[in-house]
Write a protein that binds this ligand. Structure first.
Ligand SMILES: Cc1cc2nc3c(=O)[nH]c(=O)nc-3n(C[C@H](O)[C@H](O)[C@H](O)COP(=O)(O)OP(=O)(O)OC[C@H]3O[C@@H](n4cnc5c(N)ncnc54)[C@H](O)[C@@H]3O)c2cc1C
Length: 242
C-alpha cells in the first residue's frame, strides 16, 4: 500500500553539535503527532526537481496535544539529502513527510518486561530519546534502562545535558556516554567503543532486552558480540541507518 504523506512546515532548525542539526516540524493537517516511540518517518525532499526520500527516526516523544515533532540529522559528506537539509532547507519551508512507520519500538502499555539496554552511536540516539521521554511522560514502569551512547569526541555528544538531567528525573535510568577518539585529560568518562561497555556490564547477566540503533558497522558488530555472549535473537532488536 502506498505511504500517506502530510505537508510539514519546518518551524525551527537548531545546531546541536558540529554537523548535527535538530529539525522541528509542524503538521497543520493534524492536531497531534502521536506514534509509537522508536518509529521513523520518510522525508520527501525536492532536490533538483526530483523527489528524494530519506528515512529519519523521530527524536521527540509522541504527543496527544501538539502537532509538532523533531528529527536530529547528521550531515553526510557528499550526501544528497543531508546537503539539501543543511544548505537549502530553512524555517517556513514545507516538506512532505510520511506517516510514522517501523516496528523498532513497542506500543504502550506493553513496555517493558525486562531490563533494557539501549546502544547507539551518533544520531542513533533519536529513537531512544523518544522512548525515554515517553517513559517519563507516561510514568511507564520498567526494570532499569541503560543508554550507552557513543561518539568520537566530547563535543559530538547529542542531547548530553538532557540525558544527564534525565538520570535525575527518571528513576532506574543510567546514561553512559563513551568516546572513541577523545584525548582530552578533562574527559573523565568512558573511552573506547560502545561494545566494551555492554560486554563488561552484562557479562554475568542474561535477562536483558537490547535495542541498538545507528550505522551498519556498529550494529553488525554488536549483534555478533551479543550472540557470542549468549543472547538470543529475540533479545536484540536493531534499527539500521545504512
Ligand atoms: C530507519 C532509518 C532511520 C534513520 N534515521 C536517521 C536519523 O534519525 N538521523 C540521521 O542523521 N540519519 C538517519 N537515517 C539515515 C538517513 O536515512 C540517510 O541515509 C542519511 O541522512 C544520508 O542521506 P543522504 O541523502 O545525505 O546521503 P546519500 O546521498 O544517500 O549518501 C549516503 C552516503 O553515501 C555516499 N555516497 C553517495 N553517493 C555516492 C557515490 N556515488 N559514490 C560513493 N559514495 C557515495 C555519500 O557520501 C554519503 O556518505 C536513518 C535511516 C534509516 C533507514
Amino acid at each position: 500500500m502506498p505511504l500517506t504523506f502530510y505537508t510539514a512546515e519546518i518551524i525551527d532548525i537548531v545546531d546541536e553539535v558540529p554537523n548535527v542539526k535538530r529539525f522541528f516540524f509542524r503538521i497543520e493537517e493534524l492536531n497531534k503527532c502521536d506514534f509509537i516511540p522508536g518509529q521513523f518517518t520518510m522525508l520527501d525532499l525536492p532536490i533538483d526537481c526530483k523527489q528524494t526520500t530519506r528515512a529519519y527516526s523521530i527524536a521527540s516523544a509522541p504527543s496527544t496535544s501538539e502537532n509538532t515533532f523533531e528529527l536530529v540529522i547528521v550531515l553526510k559528506d557528499g550526501g544528497l539529502g543531508t546537503t539539501y537539509l543543511f544548505n537549502k532547507a530553512k524555517k517556513g519551508d514545507k516538506l512532505k513527510v510520511s506517516v510514522p512507520i517501523g516496528k523498532f519500538g513497542k506500543p504502550r502499555p506493553d513496555l517493558f518486561e525486562k531490563e533494557l539496554c539501549f546502544v547507539c552511536t551518533g544520531t542513533g540516539i533519536a529513537p531512544f530519546r523518544s522512548m525515554l521521554l515517553d517513559i517519563l511522560n507516561y510514568k511507564i514502569p520498567h526494570k532499569g534502562i541503560t543508554l550507552i551512547s557513543g561518539s568520537r569526541y566530547e563535543k559530538d555528544l547529542l542531547y548530553r545535558k538532557e540525558m544527564e538531567e534525565l538520570q535525575e528525573k527518571l528513576p532506574g535510568f543510567k546514561y553512559i556516554p563513551v568516546l572513541s577518539r577523545e584525548n582530552s585529560v578533562d574527559w573523565k568518562g568512558e573511552k573506547g567503543y560502545v561494545h566494551e561497555i555492554y560486554k563488561s556490564l552484562y557479562k554475568d547477566k542474561i535477562d536483558i532486552q537490547f535495542y541498538i540503533c545507528g550505522w551498519k558497522v556498529m550494529i553488525l558488530e554488536a549483534v555478533e558480540n551479543l550472540k557470542q555472549m549468549g543472547f538470543k535473537k529475540a533479545d536484540v532488536k536493531y534499527e539500521l541507518y545504512d
